[in-house]
Design a protein around this ligand. Structure first.
Ligand code: 13P
Length: 248
């Protein structure tokens, strides 16, 4: 039985004041939540979230990682820096990093490898563009994205990877994949893993992301192959986020 995981991706949204309100609100409701809960915050707020969340069930994650350990990489953040604040998770391959910052399948695979080498759990994101879905290429796209990582790190490494399927057309648009659309792709992703290892396919968490909100979370998470959510906009309000956390 896979545990439900709900992760908030705050993206580039935060201030000291909103972080305080948001994290305090989440912590208040957390004792009633069975799911594993992660917040992936902007780096400048790591210390604040670490302090607020000490001794709680709230887990901290990053939104990106640099592949180098240290050195002359202006503006970048290493795995050791992330871990210095008690963070155990890192989003890798988000569609915004792929489309806005040129992250290819190869770069994403390398980042997954570096996260794993440093005992960080990657939230490895995949998903197709609208035109790719409309031209019937969803399965080809997610196959390419997953295989790039399997080739790099091997299927065994998926024991320590969380996959997030985020159809790009559903991110920040208010258009959610229907439970059937999401479930079909999740089942396909699991079948891809099963071609390599049936047990790992069964144990790997596959989260859905893309306009998940309190109104649609329960129906999505109830699908057989949907193990939780990666939440953008709705993770910025504690009541909405908690309501999604409780849907699992
Ligand atoms: P929204 O929930 O705002 O659509 O964002 C999803 C996402 O990109 C999470 O990583």
């Amino acid at each position: 039985m896979r545990q439900t995981i709900v992760a908030g991706n705050w993206k580039m949204n935060a201030s000291k004041e909103t972080v305080n309100t948001l994290v305090m609100g989440i912590l208040e409701g957390l004792p009633d939540v069975k799911s594993k809960v992660i917040v992936c915050t902007p780096y400048p707020y790591f210390s604040q979230v670490e302090a607020l969340a000490t001794h709680s069930q709230l887990n901290l994650g990053a939104q990106n990682i640099n592949i180098n350990a240290s050195g002359a990489f202006t503006g970048e953040v290493s795995a050791d820096m992330i871990k210095d604040f008690g963070a155990e998770y890192v989003i890798v391959g988000h569609s915004e990093r792929r489309s806005l910052y040129g992250e290819t399948d190869e770069i994403v695979a390398e980042k997954v490898q570096v996260a794993l080498d440093n005992k960080l759990t990657p939230l490895f994101c995949i998903g197709e563009l609208l035109e790719e879905r409309e031209s019937g290429n969803t399965e080809a796209v997610v196959t390419r994205q997953i295989n790039a990582v399997i080739e790099k790190v091997g299927i065994e490494a998926f024991k320590n990877i969380i996959i997030a399927y985020e159809p790009v057309w559903a991110i920040g648009t208010g258009v959610t994949a229907t439970p059937q659309q999401a479930q079909d792709t999740h089942a396909f992703i699991r079948s891809l893993l099963a071609e390599n290892d049936a047990d790992i396919a069964q144990s790997t968490p596959i989260l859905y992301g893309g306009s998940m909100n309190p109104a649609n979370a329960e129906e999505l998470i109830a699908c057989a192959d949907i193990d939780g959510g990666l939440i953008g906009g709705a993770s910025l309000k504690s009541e909405d986020f908690l309501s999604i956390c409780k849907a699992g």
